[in-house]
Write a protein that binds this ligand. Structure first.
Ligand SMILES: NC(=O)c1ccc[n+]([C@@H]2O[C@H](COP(=O)([O-])OP(=O)(O)OC[C@H]3O[C@@H](n4cnc5c(N)ncnc54)[C@H](OP(=O)(O)O)[C@@H]3O)[C@@H](O)[C@H]2O)c1
Length: 170
């Protein structure tokens, strides 16, 4: 199984503000949809609550410390390890070979040393925010794909889609 994360990060490492995204980038939403579709996705409870609804076409796995938290149509787990285990079990049933962590900062931080791949959208701007992506040690990663897009009516900033594959475990 490949354990991946997907994230959009500004030049100053911001990923969120006020439990939402600090930008409108419709091209990145398309990339997110295309990259995660059909795969189990793992997220923290705050990121789940920032979404309008369960993301369709993907098994949504939510991590919370609240033993009473329940969401119809999603799997709720109480640790990162339990979330990954639940995704692996699904994987055995569905033959999907990749599980994608979709945030937020707390979950990225805890999973960083376990990741095989990061789908990293670099938002080419310094942006104000309150939630940050952890520092990446670039010597551990090989940038195997990069595609730059200009800002447009629907995309607030220039941005680049990149795919980083791990070359060294931390
Ligand atoms: N730019 C991007 O690509 C991107 C992607 C995703 C999210 N975001 C942004 O990131 C922000 C949210 O990130 P965040 O760091 O505040 O929250 P988060 O990581 O989404 O969720 C944190 C919550 O997850 C649960 N949790 C974390 N670690 C746990 C553990 N080891 N065991 C059990 N439960 C655990 C806790 O839930 P309980 O409090 O319920 O116990 C915790 O409060 C938002 O602004 C969102 O828009 C940005």
């Amino acid at each position: 199984m490949i354990l991946s994360a997907i994230v959009a990060v500004s030049e100053n490492n911001v990923i969120g503000v006020g439990n939402g995204l600090p930008w409108r980038l419709s091209n990145d939403l398309k990339w997110f949809r295309q990259t995660t579709m059909g795969k189990p996705i793992i997220m923290g409870r705050k990121t789940f609550e920032s979404l309008p609804r369960i993301l369709p076409g993907r098994t949504n796995i939510i991590i919370t410390r609240d033993p009473d938290y329940q969401i119809e149509g999603a799997i709720v787990t109480h640790s990162l390890e339990a979330a990954i285990e639940a995704a692996k079990n699904l994987e055995n049933e569905s033959n999907s070979s990749e599980v994608v962590i979709i945030g937020g900062a707390e979950i990225y931080r805890q999973s960083m040393s376990l990741l095989d791949r990061i789908y990293l959208t670099r938002v080419h701007a310094d942006v104000a925010g309150d939630t940050y992506f952890p520092d990446l040690e670039m010597e551990n990663w090989s940038k195997d794909f990069a595609e730059r897009h200009e800002k447009s009516e629907k995309d607030a900033y220039d941005h680049s889609f990149t795919i980083l594959n791990r070359v060294n475990k931390d």
